[in-house]
Design a protein around this ligand. Structure first.
Ligand code: FAD
Length: 321
């Protein structure tokens, strides 16, 4: 019995959400008095892999097969399932990223395992039980589930578990999985966007705006505030539907679900479909000129006012710090 964590890379580097997943998997391994192995697929340098030891992985299985250089859901799930069998792992942890969401279901089927997606806390393993809290219904609710299956596949919600650095360096072992042609029937083309902006799914701070901003020409102040805070920018669905902002910024039920430490919502009404993607943010600040806007019901701090007056004042205040 052991714990396996899949460490997804972005252009050969690991993001903070991966260190969270490794730290989380390590905490489970410690609870169960067993080892943690990481599996990396794709082109990642040795020092980056060894560095995973800092977060608790004792060993890293490194898959550098050319066919697996880019993400292929079915094939990656087969490789991770094969690694789990090799390592006798009965708990597999992945980050609940775009690709992680698809992977957990496939790994679960391959290992005949229980799938717990969107976990937000460590499991309670007292008395031999395995009880775990996860988000449900697109972040509108929480569920605490008792898992009885022997093998468990868990996806961890980014920003729900802290990064813990208390280890050394990990040993690296090359792993050559069996690949089947049938695993490569659907290939997703990698789209790499050149940007130095903070990536939305990993952002700790997010400045978001909605239709209240009237048009794309008014996003300068949103970007200025985000840059000053080191935050990512996001938007409501109608804003990206109208091409005021790119679809990659759309948050909510049909967009990205995020849980940053701070979510600033400017001129967004707070429709239930929008809240589905942002309500697990740690602190929510709402700026809206309508005191009856539904967003205020879930806000930690609310400013009733015109965004075109409030945001420039906020920018000036941040600049004066
Ligand atoms: P509006 O509803 O038009 O609200 C604009 C807000 O700005 C108002 O509250 C107004 O008071 C305020 N305002 C106006 N002027 C100012 C000003 N000068 N200063 C300050 N405040 C101002 N939406 C999402 O966002 N994400 C989703 O994933 C999503 N998925 C959906 C899925 C389905 C199946 C459906 C049916 C809908 C979905 N929607 C989603 C749409 C959602 O229902 C809302 O229509 C949408 O979120 C509203 O966007 P908004 O708040 O930007 O615009």
């Amino acid at each position: 019995m052991s714990v396996l964590v899949y460490v997804e890379n972005a252009e050969g580097k690991f993001k903070k959400s991966i260190f969270e997943a490794v730290s989380y998997a390590k905490a489970i391994a410690t609870q169960l008095n067993t080892n943690l192995t990481a599996i990396s697929i794709g082109n990642v340098g040795a020092s980056e892999l060894e560095n995973l030891g800092k977060y608790g992985a004792t060993k890293v299985l490194n898959v550098s097969n050319e066919k697996l250089k880019s993400f292929v859901n079915q094939a990656y799930a087969s490789v991770i399932a094969e690694a789990a069998k090799k390592e006798d792992a009965n708990i597999i942890v992945v980050s609940n990223s775009f690709s992680g969401k698809g992977l957990v279901a496939r790994i679960g089927v391959k290992l005949d395992a229980a799938v717990i997606s969107g976990a937000i806390e460590l499991p309670n393993t007292d008395g031999g039980k395995f009880t775990i809290k996860r988000t449900a219904f697109s972040n509108k609710a929480f569920a605490t589930v008792d898992v009885t299956a022997q093998t468990k596949v868990i996806s961890l919600t980014p920003n729900s578990y802290k990064v813990v650095e208390d280890g050394q360096s990990a040993s690296i072992e090359d792993f050559a999985p069996t690949t089947k042609d049938s695993d490569f029937t659907t290939i997703i083309k990698d789209i790499v966007r050149a940007t130095d902006k903070v990536s939305l799914p990993d952002a700790e701070l997010v400045v978001s705006a909605g239709r209240g901003l009237k048009g794309p020409e008014n996003w300068g102040m949103v970007e200025e505030l985000a840059n000053l805070l080191g935050a990512a920018t996001a938007c409501s669905k109608p804003v990206s539907d109208a091409d005021w902002r790119p679809h990659s910024e759309h948050v909510g039920q049909t967009g990205i679900a995020i849980s940053p430490n701070l979510y600033i919502a400017i001129g967004i009404s707070g429709a239930i479909q929008h809240l589905a993607g942002v309500s697990s943010s740690k602190v929510i600040v709402v700026i809206n000129k309508d005191p009856e806007a539904p967003f205020f019901k879930v806000a930690d701090y609310g400013i009733v006012g015109d965004a075109f007056e409030v945001v420039p004042k906020l920018i000036a205040a941040v600049k004066s710090l």
